[in-house]
Design a protein around this ligand. Structure first.
Ligand code: TYD
Length: 392
């Protein structure tokens, strides 16, 4: 049974950066639920994929050094530990992972054609299609089996999980490996990161819920790694149950224990999280109001999807934040969805007369602090809402 625990109010599509201030955009009520049987956390309203993942998707994983490093490290590990003859990536974005592999040894699946094109241009086989059984049936004819299926921050964006795993199981070789990487529900709750929820993030997985889902497909997790990316993620290594060559690492038991101990099995934990989110909202508004009463200038740094959830949930508009800066070319001169705060192209001069920076990309806090030493030296301050609103 799905039990409601958090209402984030009316939210726009988080990656729908407006080209004009006047542009109209649909808003959807964003409510979050906990499934008492599978322990899966999900949003209620499902938006058709085509509305979110199309030829205009702005997010490019290559824009961040942190993500590039993470992909490079993982590719080295995959080659050494599993040495797959053929690797397939679901949601290959602009090819940040694939380009670490030999062109003849990998395939990308990326429905956002603007991103798929970028990978194709580099000479990598990339299909601009959605991951579903129809796609997989065609792939199976051409490639037979796949030894390693990788997917980062994509599976949780697909509504029909049954179709996702049925398709994976259909094409995976007998001794094949699946590696899935997504934000960790435990970290999300610990950090009061209610901004992990937006319309694209249909699910936020925990090891507990993923384990429960995989059972049906005779798949099981055999290793788990904690990652710092996207504010705290988990990388799950999955195999077929009847593949006895791989031993289940103690990391799996450890993560399941941590999650149980924190209460991810209990509805009450989620109600507490909801109360914390409400308090976080009040506190952030107080901090911003006090700064504005002092006539100081606040800007946002990192026009993230997460920031869109924060702005719309906390009702923060350009009375508080003058503009956002971001390095992504496709976000330049656009407006934050819903609250219509302008996004300017990042350059260091832009921070000259700024007193406070709201960290939209709080997950890159260290990378940003390193970059903005000059701003900090001059007395500039940061505002973060994670894990609880404060000035740094
Ligand atoms: P991301 O972490 O993917 O967040 P979300 O999934 O919530 O959209 O996005 C990070 C954004 O921050 C991206 O638009 C690039 C931007 N960014 C900067 O502008 N400057 C930086 O130094 C870094 C690290 C990121």
């Amino acid at each position: 049974m799905n039990k409601f625990f958090l209402n984030l109010g009316k939210q726009p599509l988080a990656n729908n950066y407006l080209t004009k201030y006047q542009s109209k955009q649909p808003m959807y009520l964003l409510k979050i639920f906990f499934n008492t049987k599978t322990k899966l956390v999900s949003i209620s309203k499902r938006i058709p994929s085509k509305k979110m993942f199309n030829n205009k998707y702005p997010y490019k994983s290559s824009m961040s050094k942190t993500m590039q490093k993470s992909f490079f490290k993982l590719s080295k590990e995959i080659k050494k530990r599993f040495n797959p003859k053929l690797l397939l990536e679901i949601g290959s974005n602009d090819g940040s992972l694939l380009t670490n592999f030999d062109r003849s040894k990998c395939i990308g699946i990326e429905p956002c054609s603007n991103l798929a094109k970028l990978t194709q241009k580099k000479g990598y086989q990339t299909y601009d299609v959605y991951w579903n059984f129809k796609t997989v049936k065609k792939l199976k004819k051409k490639f037979k089996n796949i030894d390693l299926i990788y997917s980062a921050n994509t599976i949780t964006h697909i509504s029909n999980l049954d179709d996702v795993f049925k398709s994976i199981s259909y094409i995976l070789s007998d001794n094949g490996i699946i590696i899935i990487e997504d934000p960790s529900l435990l970290e999300c709750l610990k950090k009061v990161s209610y901004d992990q929820f937006y319309n694209e993030h249909i699910y936020v997985f925990s090891a507990i819920s993923l384990k429960n889902i995989l059972k049906k497909y005779s798949l099981e997790i055999f290793d788990i790694k904690n990652l710092s990316t996207h504010g705290g993620s988990l990388r799950y290594y999955i195999k077929r149950k009847n593949n006895k060559k791989l031993i289940i690492s103690s990391s799996v038991k450890k993560q399941l224990f941590k999650e149980k101990k924190y209460g991810l099995n209990n509805y009450r934990t989620y109600k507490n999280f909801s109360n914390s989110a409400e308090k976080s909202k009040e506190s952030l508004n107080k901090i911003l109001t006090n700064i504005k009463n002092d006539n100081k200038k606040i800007i946002g740094y990192g026009a993230t999807a997460k920031a869109t959830t924060v702005l719309n949930y906390c009702n923060i508009d350009n009375n508080f934040i003058d503009f956002f800066v971001d390095t992504t070319p496709d976000k330049k001169n656009r407006f934050m969805p819903g609250k219509k705060i302008k996004i300017l192209k990042y350059n260091q001069n832009i921070l000259k007369n700024v007193d406070y920076i709201f960290l939209g990309a709080w997950n890159f806090r260290n990378e940003i602090f390193k970059k903005e030493k000059k701003f900090i030296k001059k007395g500039g301050k940061f505002i973060t809402h994670i894990p609880f609103p404060k000035i740094i």
